[in-house]
Each structure stands twice: as structure tokens, then as C-alpha cells.
Design a protein. Sequence first.
Length: 140
Amino acid sequence: MIEYIKGGIASDYRGQIRFVNEFDMSDIKRFYIIKNSDLELVRGWRAHRIEQRWFYVLSGSFKIFIVKIDNWINPSKDLQVSALILNSMENKVMHLSAGYATAFQAMEENSELLVFSDYRIENAEKDDYTYPLDYFINKK
């Protein structure tokens, strides 16, 4: 399931503050930042059976490809792939529940994507499923 948590911006003569006050971070155990090396690169497919993630674009914009996994050992290659655009000007957090694979493509130079996870890195090797980039045929 995908849901969005809307934020806001406060501006005055000193500059601005971006915020997402409704984002409850009590489940968060770690975070990392993705910055692709160029605009052609698509980073993915990585899936998590039990880990949920939250995504916030710090700068620029990203195309995020998402697919719900039907079989963890041998998923169907023709699963429906959604392509969503997140950009820093929207100022929102996208929550992705467990059970999905993702791939990321930067849409602007120097784009940075902040990713929050509800599991520590020690859990990663037990819940890390990767598939070749061309595995899902419905990726647009």
C-alpha cells in the first residue's frame, strides 16, 4: 500500500523551513540517502518482505518504480509496475508498506532521495530480495 504524508513550507526573510509534521517517526530504525550517478541510471529492483520504507526527496526529483511481489522466490514477470514521480517541491513523504520491490531514477541532476526504514541494517540480509533491472516487463 502506498500513502502520502503531506508537509509544508514556512518562509520569511530568513529563508524557509520545510516540514512534515504529521510524519510519525516512532517506527524508524535507520535512514540512508540515494544519489544516482547520472540521469540514465535506474537503481533497482530491490524488494522487502517485512520492511516498510518512507521516501522523501531532499532535492530534485525521482521516478520511483513500484511493484507488489506475488511470489518471493519466483515472482511473475508481468506484474503491474507503477511509476510515480516525487519531487522536492511537493514536500511530502511517501510511505510504502512491506511486500514491494522498488527501482529509482533521478529526473534532475544532483537529486537526493532520503529513505527511512523500520528495520536495522542487521535485518537486511534476511529481508533483501533483488531482481535484474529488466525482470519486470511492464516497467515504463
